[in-house]
Design a protein around this ligand. Structure first.
Ligand code: TA6
Length: 304
């Protein structure tokens, strides 16, 4: 049962031949974007971009064929939003991993066509008693999603209260690759990282990141673009970012993926998470009246 009124949404925010609100998988309400540049699907639950495919390209985001589209559960794939913390809650293990933003309904705030025919939609987080109990601060959160030749996502957190607060935030982005064993991730060379599979021991990245086992790392002071080089698809996915000092690289590999129950057989082979984040020591303090903007742009380049 959807919490949204589809006809009212389409009356206010639909854009002819570009943007329409529909009932998506599992009855979740989605915004369907199609324009001259690309197609995208955005779940209003969590403000999660589920799919993004530039014209003439393979999908850029990975979405599990076994994702469970149910209210209150994060979608396995696409671009889930981690907020107001990343990973386990810093002090209370009963709190939801990666915060609550990715599992609750967001409301549509604005939609428009930008110069050059890009489609932009803005959503606002709608808190409830449960989230207020988990996050007793006055804040406003907005996500702006722009679909063009590249996908741009921007998460804006405003402190509307009288006291400062710390947030961890991330775009927990799942990228589609041909075969994770034949992919290299560039842009993290020389960065320190916390190995979350080894008591968060600190290491330094030497050379590009190659994945041949479960990998779960938080790279710190990582502000450069990352490039996922996919020889088989003859493409590079560029992850450009602003307002992010951490990059998380994650692939669950065989056993972990099997335990998660929504990866399916060999799902781990076709994906890698390269997450635009502020995590661990990179969490962000926002002063009263201040704001923080986390921005990522995903684009595809041909490999020579
Ligand atoms: O970003 C990597 C990570 O923190 C992993 O430790 C793993 O838990 C992954 O996120 C997925 O978390 P989820 O709660 O979406 O199953």
């Amino acid at each position: 049962m959807s919490v949204y009124d589809l006809s009212a949404l389409n009356k206010r925010f639909a854009i002819a031949n570009q943007l329409e609100f529909k009932e998506g998988p599992g009855g979740l309400t989605v915004a369907e974007v199609t324009n001259a540049h690309a197609a995208a699907t955005i779940a209003l639950q969590g403000g999660t971009v589920m799919t993004f495919q530039p014209r003439g390209q393979e999908p850029v985001l990975w979405l599990s064929k076994f994702a469970k589209f149910v209210p209150g559960k994060s979608i396995r794939g696409g671009n889930p939003v981690c907020w107001p913390w990343f990973g386990p809650h810093p002090t209370d293990a009963n709190m939801p991993t990666h915060g609550f933003a990715r599992t609750i309904p967001w409301e549509v705030h604005r939609s428009e066509v930008l110069a050059g025919g890009k489609t932009q939609i803005s959503l606002k987080l709608v808190e409830n008693d449960t989230t207020k109990a988990q996050w007793p601060h006055s804040s406003e959160v907005q996500i702006i999603i722009t679909t063009g030749p590249e996908l741009r996502v921007e998460l804006i957190t405003r402190n509307t209260g009288e006291t400062s607060f710390l947030i961890g935030d991330a775009f927990h982005t799942y990228f589609q690759v041909s075969d994770i064993r034949q992919v290299s991730i560039h842009g993290l060379e020389g960065c320190p990282f916390l190995d979350r599979l080894d008591q968060s021991k600190r290491n330094i990245q030497e050379g590009p990141v190659m994945i041949s086992a479960e990998t779960d790392r938080i790279y710190l002071s990582a502000t450069s673009d990352c490039l996922i080089e996919d020889l088989k698809l003859k493409r590079r996915i560029r992850i450009a970012k602003k307002g992010s000092r951490s990059t998380v690289v994650w692939n669950p590999w065989i056993e972990k993926a099997a335990k998660m129950g929504d990866f399916g057989e060999n799902g781990y082979l076709g994906m890698v998470c390269v997450e635009t984040a502020n995590a661990a020591e990179d969490v962000v303090r926002i002063l009263p009246g201040g704001e923080h903007r986390l921005q990522a742009t995903f684009s595809v380049e041909p490999l020579p």
